[in-house]
Ligand binder design. Structure first.
Ligand code: ZN
Length: 286
């Protein structure tokens, strides 16, 4: 700083400091294009005023799901494993670090135990913002841990999936999680006096996850009529087929109409619905 700038600083009006509002405080609705303040979303189940859903982070989901917004998180092995020493634009390690910073989560899924209308349940919730909700080795561990916890403590299992599919940075190790998760849930279901399992396919639930975990629970539900639930996307299928694919193809409403989904339950009604289904099934299996 020389003497001219020092003099100018004294004469010229000082620039006002910008308000300290983080850039991710606002989210734009895909349907009505309105901007929603994050605090308003938290108060309204992460729904826009037009009713369209935003991705709901696991800990926000637990707040509206569990009685008195109280739950206990179940730890599992989330240590970083770079099987392929992967690097594309950035290294796998940097990518994971970015996801941890963006979400405050060590891995894509969180396991929680808490009460829903007085009934204790074990719950997994995924976060799409964590590396696109991709399924790697650690998410396989997450599902196995949750299934074991439910089995050992005799708890119903509730799962919310939100995934783009397999994690390419882990290659075949990622694909191996599909049978691991399937076997873990099947062992839970093979128990003599077992508890119910309920799965919500949140948007998007695609790729390997939709071909494994998302279709093996007692109830398969979705959150919203427009939720995207698919194995291969519309663009991929367009390349294989001359037929015109319907507009609502792979949406929850189309899957329900064709018998792939049991029901569509919007977020404000999910707690009551889960509670009702568990009490009905517990009477049946007890
Ligand atoms: Zn909207």
């Amino acid at each position: 700083m020389n003497w001219i700038t020092r003099q100018l600083k004294k004469i010229l009006p000082q620039k006002k400091k910008s308000l300290d509002i983080p850039v991710d405080s606002w989210q734009t609705c895909k349907r009505c294009k309105s901007a929603n303040y994050i605090d308003d979303l938290r108060k309204n189940f992460y729904l826009c005023s037009c009713g369209s859903p935003f991705s709901c982070p696991p800990r926000e989901r637990f707040k509206y799901l569990f009685d008195n917004s109280k739950w206990e998180e179940v730890p599992y092995d989330t240590s970083f494993k770079d099987f392929l020493n992967w690097k594309d634009r950035i290294s796998y390690k940097e990518r994971v670090q970015k996801s941890i910073e963006a979400t405050g989560q060590d891995e894509v899924g969180i396991i929680a135990k808490g009460e829903i209308n007085g009934t204790k349940v074990c719950c997994i919730s995924m976060n799409f913002l964590w590396a696109g909700g991709s399924v790697g080795h650690n998410f396989g561990e997450c599902v196995i841990k949750a299934a074991e916890t439910s089995r050992e403590e005799n708890l119903p299992l509730v799962i919310f999936t939100e995934s783009g599919g397999a994690r390419m940075m882990e290659g075949a190790i990622s694909l191996m999680q599909l049978p691991r998760m399937t076997v873990a849930i099947q062992i839970f279901k093979d128990m003599e006096q077992r508890q119910p399992s309920i799965l919500f396919s949140c948007s998007p639930t695609t790729g390997g996850l939709s071909a494994s975990l998302a279709n093996i629970c007692d109830f398969t539900l979705a959150e919203h009529e427009t939720d995207l639930i698919a194995f291969a996307g519309k663009r991929v299928l367009d390349g294989f087929n001359d037929e015109t694919i319907p507009e609502d193809f792979q949406t929850a409403i189309s899957l329900k109409r064709n018998g792939f989904l049991d029901d569509i339950i919007e977020r404000p009604n999910q707690k009551e619905k889960i509670s009702t289904l568990i009490s009905l099934l517990q009477k049946k299996v007890a």
